[in-house]
Design a protein around this ligand. Structure first.
Ligand SMILES: [Zn+2]
Length: 487
């Protein structure tokens, strides 16, 4: 192939280009994707480059190239820039060409050109319809623009009071068959839709003539991360690459395990993501064992993953509702600091929410260690199964708390089998119940025995927790045997 065969040589500089250049690679339809100019002289000014590309790709005057802003670079005297292909002023998706040049002459041309001759450029489907129809096809329960807290955060981040997650579309031309031997160029709207439940964040390419979704691409990527937890050493966990940084979202387990930062709020909102922009996705104690004690979030997160795995592996139970229900951790809650953590679930909801206090009144270690996560998750299971009544006789509630301590111990043993304080509930922060020796923390070891809280007692603020030791102590004896207990 040479310029002479292509024609279109107009000036002196193009005569130089008649010398052969080397095509090192082509795409599926035979167009060059890499051209080397070692022995060919083509000037690097815009007109010469345009004429050269026109000769190579055979386009007409409706095709133009727009230099990508900020793409011009120079290294060792070699310059480069990226050009975006346009047709009748409409950008062509994936049509981009990088040219390098030195001393005023091209060195290489590489990239992809999509033939767009005679393509339709006037949409038939109004953009609003295309967006609405796509939202309808996705059929999510909640979208990011419907969530006032996410919207508020976006507006704060962008410092634009009108910023919204509601999609805005770009009109483009794209080759639906880009990797195939025959082009199928469509006029499309491109927009992204961020759905919260079930979670998806994708770029959609919708045909502006037929309304058909011709291509979609997920903007969410799952990546394994690791880091220094506050209480359980180095651990690995799933994370999500989102808008250029990693966050604590795991959609590989059921409908998701997510950990949010309440930054001292006492409700469930507003909340923020914990994020990490470290290239290795390493959540180091140097960064996260900070004044806010953010490393404690890793314990809640990893702990919830382990809790999920424990129930799936040992009890064939897919999350607390057997149906993959989503688990949301809310760390740095300012709920009454004498409370460790709590859980809540609307009966109609498929999301179990757990809040964790920062424990500022005691030693300042947030209540996120693994047996506490298992404990709170256990409450969700209990509420979905037995729903033991909590009449104010300190017995129903005691059964619920006892069961949760048992789950907490089991999850702790599953995730940290070498831990020597399996029966000391909350031992990673500061143990406050002991299943082997309940009396250590002034809890009863026998029904209505010493330390039992009788109905009518109003001085003990947590009678259910106190009386729960009878059931959890029973479990200890069941697991270890009476001999152990006698020692
Ligand atoms: Zn509890």
């Amino acid at each position: 192939m040479s310029f002479a065969q292509q024609g279109g040589v107009k000036d002196e500089s193009m005569k130089d280009a008649l010398r052969p250049y080397e095509i090192l690679a082509t795409d599926a339809i035979g167009n060059p994707t890499f051209i080397d100019f070692i022995s060919t002289k083509v000037k690097s000014d815009d007109t010469s480059v345009y004429e050269f590309l026109k000769t190579i790709y055979g386009f007409d005057e409706n095709t133009t190239f727009v230099e990508k802003e900020g793409s011009a670079k120079e290294q060792n005297g070699i310059f480069s820039k990226k050009l975006f292909q346009h047709y009748k002023g409409i950008k062509v998706e994936w049509g981009q060409i990088v040219v390098t040049y030195k001393d005023g002459f091209l060195r290489s041309v590489n990239g992809h050109f999509t033939p767009t001759k005679n393509s339709r450029t006037v949409p038939l489907t109004p953009v609003d319809n295309a967006i609405k129809n796509t939202i309808q096809k996705i059929g999510a329960e909640e979208y990011a623009w419907e969530n006032m807290y996410l919207q508020k955060m976006l507006r704060e981040e962008t410092q634009n009071p009108k910023a919204t997650y509601y999609p805005t579309a770009e009109l483009l031309l794209m080759d639906k068959n880009i990797n195939e031997g025959e082009t199928d160029v469509r006029l499309v709207y491109k927009f992204d839709i961020y759905a919260l439940s079930p979670e998806s964040h994708k770029e959609y390419f919708v045909d502006a003539t037929t309304g058909e979704i011709v291509y979609e691409e997920s903007l969410i990527m799952h990546v394994g991360g690791s880091g220094d937890t506050r209480y359980s050493g180095k651990q690995t966990f799933e994370t999500q690459l989102f808008n250029g940084s990693y966050r604590l979202h795991d959609y590989t387990r059921g409908n998701g395990i997510i950990t949010y930062d309440l930054r001292g709020n006492d409700g469930y909102a507003p909340f923020w993501d914990f994020t990490n922009s470290d290239v290795n996705n390493w959540w180091s104690s140097a960064v996260y064992n900070n004044a806010a004690r953010d490393d404690a979030a890793l314990d809640a997160y990893w702990g919830a993953e382990m809790t999920y795995d424990y129930f799936l592996e040992k009890h064939e139970r897919n999350s607390w509702d057997r149906n993959g229900a989503r688990i949301e951790n809310y760390v740095h809650s300012s709920i009454d600091n004498t409370r460790i953590a709590d859980w809540s679930r609307n009966n109609l909801s498929t999301v179990g929410k757990i809040r964790y206090g920062d424990n500022d009144e005691l030693d300042g270690n947030p209540w996120t260690c693994i047996d506490l996560v298992g404990h709170e998750f256990g409450h969700d299971i209990e509420a979905t199964t037995s729903q033991i009544s909590s009449f104010n006789n300190y017995e129903g509630g005691a059964l619920r708390e006892g069961l949760s301590d048992i789950w907490g111990a089991m999850v702790k043993f599953y995730a940290k089998p070498l831990n020597t304080s399996i029966y000391a509930h909350g031992s990673d922060v500061s143990a406050f119940r002991n299943m082997s020796q309940p009396n250590l923390h002034s809890d009863p070891d026998t029904y209505q025995a010493n330390h039992w809280v009788f109905e009518g007692n109003t001085t003990n603020l947590y009678p259910n927790h106190t009386n729960s030791a009878v059931l959890s102590h029973w479990f200890y004896i069941l697991a270890e045997g009476i001999q152990q207990q006698m020692q």
